[in-house]
Design a protein around this ligand. Structure first.
Ligand code: GLU
Length: 507
């Protein structure tokens, strides 16, 4: 399996444009939502689901969907990751109305907000060094006490603070968390409440003047006039801190909607152990974007009733924050493949042609002047991914790709000499057809007639032919299979199978 870190490097990276001095345009709908990924990795299915819920809500309400890249972790953020995230969203059909804005470009505003909080006494400078704090933490741990930062412990007199400022000593800015209830009505979970006294005075600005996540996010959400913060519920513990910041900055609170986390089928948090977690991997595995989007929408949300296959318009029309479930969602790959199979069977061959051709190319299988669309139409109903579909098409194009599967081997053993005899009967009947007669209807007639004349059950006559043509026991009806594989190629495959069975027969 490819390493996540290796992915972005595999794709060409174009330079990114940083937009600064954000000015939100006026729109009719007051709803403004944002997806705010950190470009420190690929687009995870959880992130894609968060983006999708924001997008659905924006489209449903006629609101604005803002894309903001939170690139403040300079060591781990890369343009390549940003590019992969944008590509993943685009592939899923999640288009944004504004952005991408880059959080890093907004650091002057973050600093100004920290200064405002400092000026109003809602924040203060803390000169305690990392070593001093660490020593205190160790003492607490040794004494078996939980460590807490204590405001009073590090407070300096105004003179001392002025002296250390003048001396150029490094300091961070901490937010003075009020001793008050910090609560909100979560659109998913209902009322959630924290007590300010349970929270430490957290750092909002590092000694190098860069903002910490909670400040940057609140500063940006206020400036971008975000009305609904829809994000993963791993952020619930940040929300009381952010609410306190909104209040201290004199801004109105947005609606918070914390969407449930995603688990694997074993009930554990979804991770690489469960298989692919990057949206790009599903793209590579031949999942169709519309199927992936439909599947992601149902992770933690349900339109009610038992309908599951829904068009993009239906998803938008039915979506509501209230219908998001509070309990964790389960990522079931088998269901995704089922969903993809549903989409494959309803998607036209024209649309499936490009991804199938790309895959055939990778497999080194040429179209040999054949009508690949017809082959796609013949095989799509029995494929769950584009890769499986391409494999089916490849087998129909190229006899060297035929491999007897387990069921075919079993059948051949079970039928014994009857297997070869059936092939002989079929070959005789089929050879009598001219190229012009090689149509599904005539083929069906011919095989039926031959089976009757030789006292064979239709299935017993057909199944060996299917095995000869594909190596498997499941396909479109045999007469259709013969038609798409073509006369000469079908007869050649049947003869080759007859030769194989004769070789295998005991002398
Ligand atoms: N950048 C944060 C993340 O990727 C999201 C912040 C938010 O949605 O408030 O987890």
């Amino acid at each position: 399996m490819r390493k996540a870190a290796g992915r972005p490097g595999n794709r060409p990276v174009a330079p990114l444009r940083a937009e600064t001095n954000f000015r939100p345009p006026m729109t009719d709908s007051p709803v403004r939502v944002r997806f705010a990924p950190s470009p420190t990795g690929y687009l995870h299915v959880g992130g894609a689901r968060t983006a999708l819920f924001n997008w659905l809500y924006a489209r449903k309400t006629g609101g604005t969907f803002v894309l903001r890249i939170e690139d403040t972790d300079q060591e781990r953020s890369t343009d390549a990751h940003t590019r992969v995230i944008l590509e993943g969203l685009t592939w899923l059909g999640i288009n944004w109305d504004e952005g991408p804005y880059f959080q890093g470009a907004e650091s002057p505003r973050h600093r100004a907000d920290a200064e405002r909080l400092l000026a109003s006494g809602r924040a203060y400078r803390c000169f305690a060094s990392a070593e001093e704090l660490d020593a205190e933490r160790k003492l607490a741990v040794a004494a078996g006490r939980p460590y807490r930062y204590e405001r009073a412990r590090w407070a300096l007199s105004p003179e001392e603070e002025a002296r250390r400022l003048a001396a150029g000593d490094p300091f961070v800015i901490r937010f003075a968390v009020p001793d008050a209830e910090l609560a909100w009505e979560d659109a998913v979970h209902g009322r959630i409440s924290f007590q300010g006294r349970d929270l430490d005075d957290f750092v909002i600005l590092r000694s190098d003047g860069s903002a910490i996540y909670n400040l940057a996010v609140v500063s940006d959400d206020i400036a971008m006039r975000i009305t609904h913060v829809i994000r993963g519920d791993d952020h619930v513990s940040n929300t009381p801190k952010q609410i306190a910041l909104y209040q201290a900055l004199g801004a109105a609170l947005p609606v918070f909607a914390h969407v449930p986390m995603i688990l694997g089928t074993d009930g554990k948090k979804l991770s690489k152990r469960h298989g692919a977690t990057a949206v790009g991997d599903y793209q590579d595995q031949g999942i169709l974007p519309a199927a992936m989007r439909n599947f992601l929408a149902l992770l933690g949300w349900s339109p009610g009733g038992d309908r599951e296959v829904l068009t993009g318009e239906e998803l938008v029309g039915l979506f509501s924050l209230e219908a998001i479930q509070g309990k964790p969602a389960v990522f079931d790959t088998a269901k995704l493949e089922w969903m993809n199979g549903q989409y494959l069977s309803h998607t036209g061959a024209d649309e499936l042609l490009p991804p199938v051709m790309r895959q055939l190319d990778r497999m080194g299988v040429g179209a040999k002047g054949r009508d690949v669309r017809a082959l796609i139409d013949a095989a799509k109903a029995r494929s769950r991914t584009v890769l499986q579909l391409a494999e089916q098409v490849a087998v129909r194009l190229d006899a060297s790709r035929i491999v007897l599967d387990e069921k075919a081997e079993k059948l051949q053993k079970k039928m014994g000499p009857a297997f070869g005899a059936s092939l002989t009967v079929a070959a005789g009947a089929l050879e009598a057809l001219t190229p012009a007669e090689w149509t599904p209807d005539r083929l069906l007639e011919a095989v039926k007639h031959a089976a009757e004349t030789h006292g064979l059950k239709l299935g017993d006559a057909m199944q060996p032919v299917r095995v000869a043509l594909t190596g498997g026991t499941v396909s479109e009806p045999v007469n259709e299979l013969l038609a798409v594989v073509g006369r000469d190629e079908s007869l050649a495959r049947i003869r080759a199978a007859m030769a194989r069975t004769q070789d295998a027969a005991p002398a």
